[in-house]
Design a protein around this ligand. Structure first.
Ligand code: DLL
Length: 445
């Protein structure tokens, strides 16, 4: 059965968008489906994308050589730089007249990466987003307030199409105009909020300042992602907004949001294995790590037409589990994305991700859950200053003891010595999309 016909049957058989046959498929059957789709993907990539053909040739692999899923190891990797180098259309496996949409991510350096979708790709994406939202607890009778940015970023339109496919009512809000977002959440009776976790928190804060209690809103579920966030942050958001906060993952190079999403068990994000192959590799040796160990997530698409990706090096660091989930879904779980390997700081020999510091900060007494890490070079050593913010009403006299408390806990729980600067309420910039957690002032090498 093709992916789109499966989606249709899901809609027809079950008004609530849950495809039991696919989502609870025995893992052996899932592996057969993956293998079949991998062969087709390899053909598509080999026949239609010069870069993949050349790489496969160099590796001495023709698509027919792949006889089991383990043969995946023989397939060369694809990197973000490949997309940049073939800017804008060099990696598309379809001519432009078959491409119905483009998205792009700006990134911090160099040219944007452009990604393309056929009509069929958009259909599959909407289906996977609807599946993700359903797993998160959203239903056809929900009002979904979508505060992911609309435009070239995949968040806005990805969630929008998913919400429509689910059969829900979607409010296409995009990011920004925070006061207005709050008015509309209350007035339109939104039951599901889609946003980055940092923006969800910024909304809670603005609402509190306006004297609006979002805990009394109809919000029930939050579908939050696009940036790393800690469990401490989840607890904070759940408490401030009185909803169930669920983690959603994706990246534009692979599709956009909906590559993986938590179910209501909140015990890791189900990676949708009928559409993607997931590996976790040691970034140095490029060999698989034992299940449960941390490594780099590498993804191969199985159904993408316009932009097939072979072993894409996401740079995202995570762990996976194939253990059964209490929800009954058999698709593996990604156990939270700790961060990107590019964001890893090495402070006097200790590897640290901003999210590890966040886990210590959020929920500590007298500080608000907003922070930035300032990284500087002092002599030959890197130095980190953690900028935290005092909660409203905290006396400045308490700042030195707050700083000592934070410094002590970061040292004992993360293992790095830092400076801590306590700022006044509201001084740390709030995000409307992906939060900036690190300001790196080290000289560029
Ligand atoms: O951020 C797609 C998305 C939109 C996902 C809305 C979820 C919700 P990009 O802009 O291409 O796409 O950025 C992808 O963001 O490689 C991760 O580093 C990071 N990321 C995305 N989701 C999560 C998450 C979208 N749940 C990059 N946890 C990825 C941690 C995440 N990091």
């Amino acid at each position: 059965m093709g992916a789109s016909s499966m989606n249709e049957s899901a809609v027809l058989n079950n008004k609530e968008y849950f495809d039991r046959q696919v989502e609870t498929m025995p893992r052996e059957v899932l592996a057969e489906l993956q293998f079949d789709r991998l062969r087709k993907t390899l053909r598509n990539a080999h026949d239609n994308v010069e870069l993949h053909r050349r790489r496969l040739l160099q590796a001495g692999v023709v698509p027919e050589d792949v006889h089991t899923l383990d043969d995946l190891r023989r397939i060369p990797f694809t990197y973000k730089t490949d997309l940049r180098d073939s800017y804008p259309y060099g990696m598309l496996a379809r001519p432009l007249n078959e491409i119905s949409r483009l998205h792009a991510s700006s990134g911090t350096t160099g040219k944007a990466t452009v990604v393309g979708y056929t009509k069929g790709d958009i259909e599959n994406w909407a289906g996977l987003m609807a599946r993700s939202m359903h797993a998160a607890g959203a239903r056809a009778n929900d009002v979904i307030h979508n505060a992911y940015g609309y435009g070239l970023f995949t968040g806005g339109l990805g969630a929008h199409y998913g919400a429509e496919r689910l059969g829900a009512t979607v409010v296409p809000m995009s990011g920004g105009s925070t006061e207005r977002q709050i008015v509309l959440i209350m007035d339109l009776g939104a039951t599901v909020l889609c946003a980055t976790p940092s923006y969800a928190l910024a909304m809670a804060e603005v609402a509190e300042q306006q004297g609006v209690d979002l805990r009394k809103s109809a919000l029930r579920v939050g579908v939050f992602g696009a940036e790393p966030w800690s469990n401490a942050m989840r607890c904070e958001i759940e408490q401030r907004l009185a909803l169930k906060a669920v983690d959603i993952y994706g990246l534009s190079e692979i599709m956009g949001p909906g590559v993986a999403c938590e179910c209501t068990e909140q015990a890791g994000l189900h990676g949708w294995e009928d559409h993607f192959l997931f590996e976790v590799l040691d970034p140095e040796t490029q060999l698989p790590v034992p299940e449960g160990d941390a490594g780099e997530l590498v993804i191969t698409t199985l159904t993408k037409q316009a932009l097939p990706m072979l072993r894409y090096r996401t740079r995202d660091i995570t762990r996976i589990s194939t253990a059964p989930c209490d929800c009954g879904r058999t698709h593996l779980r990604i156990l939270r994305i700790t961060g990107r390997s590019d964001d890893m700081l090495i402070i006097r020999g200790v590897n640290v991700y901003p999210s590890q510091v966040e886990a210590v900060l959020v929920g500590r007494p007298m500080i608000a859950p907003h922070y930035q890490l300032l990284v500087e070079r002092r002599g030959t050593l890197d130095n980190v200053t953690i900028e935290v913010e005092a909660q409203y009403g905290v006396d400045a006299e308490a700042f030195p003891s707050i700083a000592r408390d934070v410094k002590h806990h970061v040292k004992s729980m993360v293992g790095i010595t830092t400076d801590v600067l306590v700022k006044l309420p509201g001084e740390i910039p709030r995000s409307q999309g992906k939060a900036v957690r690190v300001r790196d002032l080290r000289p560029k090498e």
